[in-house]
Design a protein around this ligand. Structure first.
Ligand code: BG6
Length: 486
């Protein structure tokens, strides 16, 4: 969550010509460069299996930067920072060659031995790269060495523990940056500011004042070309264990002792440890069938290319859980996510308790239900607070009005992409928005019983808000499943 970096370093992207690099990482670095956040001597070394010259890679990168909308003069400037190195992840000697290349680039551009290694690799290549870097001594250069890791962090508790143990053989936890791209979203960071900079919010942020919390991540797309991966994963692994749980921990954590990575992550880990075992009856899994989405007919999940016949993988999940802490005892937290829902929306709805005495109801007014604070992350970022006010004139009547704040309307320019924020934090050595190994394991531990014994799966038509059974989890008469966006 820092702003700019003065240290010169070498940023190494494994999988440098891949999709993530072209769509997200290179544009994020290009934008950081354009905004003046990068040290002038900083260089990027893309690593890939196929031989390429620096010039060939620069061409590929320029196309990617152009597609991301960077101005052409800035593209040229960023491209000058880029280099390329061929490497086969399975060949130990290639890591020694990589080490020599880093040394040479360092000498040429007067960069100390500060290395960030971004592993944008398929899971099977990941252990090879970690071991290769470690055995070549690139985990302990003279300056610093940081390892950036993309999800999935395992597919269950056992595999996550194994992965963490492997990484810890070569890198200390304070060198490891596990990316959950949701933590790079501006409103997620704002959630911390919102809670901790506004005393009236934080003093209401507990079971005395809050009735329920609902976290929704809806997607209005199917699994598309990722069906093969997705069919082995499902919504619980793909979205809940990581993104939704990260949001949950930020909402539910105690006030940290300082605004530091260590203190914040410590509090998030405590939330995970406090989650009560989830009742299977409080989980509804769903799978989309053919339906209509964005005005078009779409096929069902079982008809997608790459999905196993009769697959029981969930594309939707709704969960009601409890955080058994002093602050949250008895307050239900609802998590809901799914593919092929009517809208792309990510939001956290916090429902406050109703006024203890319903004066206005007693007077025949339509005093509405409780106040709801909706913090929206997508598609627009901001929040709405719904409150009752008096309508002008007589007789006394109440109306529910929204207090609305929208980032894009208030601040000029577009919000930085999450990767931009996260890459800058890597360069600055700020781990606040990265996932600690204890968080990864703690989160898998919460969902392990559901993964071992998946509850029943229900169908829902594409373009609807999931199986109707999910509605009975919430409290329908209170309209808890919010559908509104900011
Ligand atoms: C990814 C999941 O982590 O997040 C995808 O693997 C999902 O299945 C994506 O579509 C959603 O991210 P965002 O930022 O578009 O909400």
């Amino acid at each position: 969550m820092t702003t700019s970096t003065n240290e010169a370093s070498l940023f190494v992207i494994f999988g440098g010509t891949g999709d993530l690099s072209r769509r997200k990482l290179l544009p994020a670095l290009g934008n950081l460069d354009t905004e003046g956040h990068l040290n002038p001597r900083m260089r990027v070394l893309a690593v890939g299996r196929r031989p390429k010259t620096d010039e060939e890679f620069r061409q590929l990168a320029k196309d990617a930067l152009g597609q991301a909308g960077l101005p052409s003069e800035r593209i040229e400037a960023t491209a000058r920072r880029l280099h390329y190195q061929v490497l086969d992840p399975g060949k130990p000697e290639d890591y020694r060659t990589l080490g020599r290349r880093l040394y040479d680039l360092g000498r040429e551009h007067d960069i100390p031995a500060n290395y960030a290694f971004y592993l944008s690799l398929p899971p099977r290549a990941f252990p090879l790269a970690v071991a290769g870097l470690g055995e070549a001594g690139l985990n302990q250069p003279e300056g610093w060495s940081r390892l950036v890791v993309e999800k999935p962090f395992g597919k269950d508790l056992a595999s996550a523990e194994k992965l963490n143990a492997l990484v810890h053989q070569h890198f200390q936890e304070d060198q490891i940056y596990r990316i959950d791209h949701y933590l790079g979203k501006e409103t997620v960071q704002n959630l911390l500011v919102f809670r901790l900079a506004n005393a009236f919010i934080e003093s209401s942020w507990n079971r005395e004042r809050i009735d329920a919390v609902q976290i929704t991540v809806g997607e209005n797309l199917g699994v598309g070309t990722r069906a093969e991966y997705y069919d082995h994963s499902g919504a619980l692994r793909d979205m809940v264990q990581n993104h939704l749980t990260q949001l949950l921990t930020l909402v539910a954590m105690e006030v940290p002792s300082s605004f530091s990575a260590r203190a914040i992550r410590h509090e998030k880990i405590k939330v995970l440890q406090s989650i009560a075992p989830i009742e299977p009856a409080n989980v509804v899994r769903g799978q989309y069938t053919a339906g209509e989405l964005n005005g078009q007919a779409v096929r069902g999940y079982l008809q997608e290319d790459g999905v196993a016949k009769g697959s029981q993988t969930e594309t939707f999940v709704a969960i009601k859980l409890f955080v058994d802490s002093w602050r949250w005892q008895g307050v239900p937290f609802y998590l809901r996510t799914g593919k092929c829902l009517p809208a792309k929306t990510t939001q956290i709805a916090v429902r406050f308790r109703e006024a203890p005495v319903g004066y206005f109801k007693q007077m025949g007014c339509n005093q509405d239900t409780a106040d709801v604070l909706t913090i929206a992350l997508q598609p627009d970022e901001g929040f709405i607070f719904h409150l009752d006010i008096k309508m002008p004139g007589a007789p006394l009547r109440l109306e529910r009005i929204p207090l609305r704040f929208n980032y894009n309307e208030h601040f000029e320019g577009s919000l930085p992409d999450g990767y931009q924020t996260l890459l800058l934090d890597v360069l600055n050595g700020d781990q606040t928005l990265f996932v600690h190994s204890d968080e990864v394991e703690g989160s898998w531990r919460v969902y392990a019983p559901l993964l071992d014994n998946p509850p029943k799966i229900y169908n829902y038509a594409a373009g609807t808000w999931g199986p109707p059974e999910a509605d009975s989890l919430a409290i329908p008469e209170r309209d808890l499943w919010q559908k509104e966006t900011v």
